[in-house]
Ligand binder design. Structure first.
Ligand code: OOG
Ligand code: NI
Length: 454
């Protein structure tokens, strides 16, 4: 039997190869990021040593996230089963309707630290909210079109069933699974609708046309992880890419927090509409783009509340003639920027490891506060990487790829329960996962110090 981590690794590689063929600029982007990362590691041996010690260096070259947009509850439920074969489970709920984007989303990803270390491949997965189409006729038409499509191959459905029954896949079946699963994410230039239908859906919201008018949920970007997003952003033009003006997320920091992202504009791709009795009409569609990201430490609910407050302040407060980047820098001066402060004020999650042998200096007990052990040099604390997404950033990424503007005004709210019903499962709480990693590392230390480690 081939393990989930290995199937995920094979799938992520196959997806990356396919996307490089489909969108050559993605290939250029991965080269740019590899060059920037090599330079950062060369210039910062301490960072390199730390990434190596925590097993993060090995995953850096393969680390990617992608995104898809689904049309129906049934598609989402089957997608959950498909990702489960690769050890990817839904984490987090993101409501984007508040930002004028008619979707809500989750991220499918591995959750335990061994799996994350092997390959943290994640897919931001959105479900279209048809209830947000105001026109009854148009909504019914979109529903009818979506109900008629089959986005999964019979082959992949059979293999998912086999995996669920037998608890695994043999080598040959795993390769077949990867090949068949990939078909769902492939780009098809033939639309499933006429030019007139496309235009009507497009006028309701560009995103609705992107989800409804095609055979499947084409992968719309694949994002490599950079160690210096400012450097990568500055070099994008020399690779022929027009980057988004602002980097989403927090400003540059000594101790990076959460997630910073930037993207280049979506490509205009030729498509072929369904003809009515005659050959189809040509058109074009923009959906697929490139993105890079830099990841920092995961924040506790307290840290996250502070982040949200300061981000809001930077966006809404103060004179608008001050550039956004500067307002952001200014607002975030209130966010502590040393690891000691992030730990001391319980703003971020850390993983704790014994610095050396499991011995304590005189006067210490195995139950001593972990912070005392860090100060005494018995224990080292390492930031836990944020593995998830940010709704405000995601909305910015969506918007920049909907040809600017693009935000409708929806008088609705989050519908987490509706999303989970469609999914057929609850989404995991990301903070509980990070807290679990942190607490387990502390328990392991105390066990080792008591000599009870197995
Ligand atoms: C997803 C946009 C969100 C991110 O990194 O925040 C995203 C989409 O455009 O489908 O990928
Ligand atoms: Ni993304």
């Amino acid at each position: 039997m081939i393990g989930a981590d290995e199937i995920r690794t094979r799938f992520a590689r196959a997806m990356s190869d396919m996307y490089r063929q489909e969108v050559p600029q993605y290939g250029a982007l991965t080269e740019l990021v590899a060059r920037v990362n090599a330079r950062v590691l060369h210039d910062d041996p301490a960072l390199k040593a730390r990434l190596e010690a925590t097993g993060s260096l090995a995953r850096l070259d393969v680390e990617r996230h992608g995104a898809i947009r689904l049309g129906t509850a049934a598609e989402l439920a089957t997608m959950r089963r498909l990702f489960a074969v690769m050890g990817m489970v839904p984490v987090g709920y993101y409501d984007l309707s508040v930002a004028g984007i008619p979707v809500h989303s989750t991220a499918f990803r591995p959750v335990d630290d061994v799996a994350l270390g092997r390959n943290p491949f994640r897919v931001f997965t959105s479900l279209l909210r048809l209830d947000l189409i105001a026109d009854d006729g148009l909504r019914a038409e979109a529903e009818r079109i979506l109900a008629a499509r089959r986005i999964f191959t019979p082959g992949v459905l059979a293999l998912i069933g086999q995996w669920e029954e037998e608890g695994g896949l043999a080598d040959v079946s795993a390769d077949l699974f990867v090949r068949e699963a990939l078909e769902t994410f492939r780009w098809h230039r033939e639309a499933t609708v006429s030019a007139a239908t496309y235009r009507r859906l497009h006028d309701a919201h560009r995103l609705i046309a992107d989800v409804v008018c095609f055979k499947g949920p084409h992968i719309n970007h694949l994002t490599p992880r950079t160690l210096d997003i400012d450097a990568a952003q500055a070099e994008m033009p020399s690779y022929g890419m027009r980057a988004k003006d602002v980097i989403e997320g927090p400003p540059r920091r000594a101790c990076p927090i959460l997630l910073r992202q930037t993207s280049f504009a979506a490509l205009e791709e030729p498509i072929l509409f369904l003809g009515e009795g005659h050959a189809g009409e040509d058109g074009c569609h923009t959906a697929r783009f490139g993105e890079i990201e830099q990841r920092g430490v995961a924040l506790t609910p307290k840290g996250r509340a502070l982040y949200d407050r300061l981000l809001c302040a930077a966006r809404d407060d103060g004179p608008k003639d001050v550039p956004y980047g500067m307002r952001l820098e200014r607002a975030f001066m209130q966010f502590p920027d040393t690891e000691d402060a992030l730990r001391g004020q319980e703003l971020a999650y850390f993983r704790y490891d014994l610095a050396g042998a499991a011995t304590l200096p005189p006067g210490f007990s195995a139950d001593a506060p972990i912070e005392d052990m860090v100060r005494a040099g018995v224990v080292v604390a390492t930031p836990i990487t944020y593995e998830d997404f940010l709704p405000v950033s995601a909305a910015g990424i969506f918007r920049s790829n909907l040809g600017g503007g693009g935000g409708a005004d929806y008088a609705v709210s989050a519908d987490r329960a509706g999303f989970e019903t469609a999914l057929g499962a609850e989404v995991l709480d990301e903070c509980a996962l990070y807290a679990g990693l942190q607490n387990r590392s502390i328990t392991d230390i105390r066990d080792a110090l008591r000599g009870t480690a197995v």
